[in-house]
Design a protein around this ligand. Structure first.
Ligand code: FES
Length: 171
């Protein structure tokens, strides 16, 4: 993903629409580049695919994968499926929420105290059941995560992640 260098929405659409490309494929390409599908891209997408804005918006909102706001600096995806739950994931989730002042699966809602900094998502099995609890932080897998290990991973991720303002400027 190249969030900081992502083009303006009109330009993003021009870059990725090509003969034969599906709307879904173009949405993936835009999100891969910008980190999200800017709402301003809906109108040019509608023109490019000869659809209404509502139809394009409907596709974007139908698929959970597509997001319409920039991602947080640090995106945590915690496995909350059975094997991880049996190894203390729920206690870890409570620790993470207290540590970050965020709620799981709240997205970028205004009530999320650290919106823009940290985003917490529940996922269900990362294929690491024997090494639970497991999570990803900005897409990188971590296993046998304890509260103290999470704290260290979070600090490292915040130190590595670009500032939100820099990402937003380029979006
Ligand atoms: S249940 Fe958590 S990785 Fe499989």
């Amino acid at each position: 993903m190249e969030h900081a260098s992502a083009a303006a929405p009109d330009e993003l659409v021009r870059q990725h629409v090509s003969p034969g490309a599906s709307l879904i494929a173009v949405l993936h390409a835009i999100q891969d580049e910008a980190g999200f599908v800017p709402p301003e891209a809906v109108a040019p997408l509608a023109r490019a695919f000869n659809l209404s804005r509502a139809e394009v918006h409907g596709v974007i909102t139908y698929y959970h994968h597509f997001r319409t706001q920039p991602p947080a600096r640090v995106a945590v995806a915690l496995c909350r499926a059975e094997a991880c739950r049996s190894m203390g994931t729920e206690a870890l989730a409570r620790h993470i929420e207290a540590r970050t002042a965020c709620r799981f699966d709240a997205g970028h809602e205004a009530s999320n105290a650290a919106a823009g900094e940290v985003e917490l998502e529940s996922v269900y099995c990362l294929g690491q059941c024997a090494l639970s609890p497991s999570m990803t932080i900005n897409g990188k897998l971590h296993v046998k995560v304890t509260p103290s290990k999470f704290d260290a991973l979070l600090e490292a991720a915040l130190a590595e992640a670009p500032a939100v303002a820099a990402s937003a400027e380029g979006a």
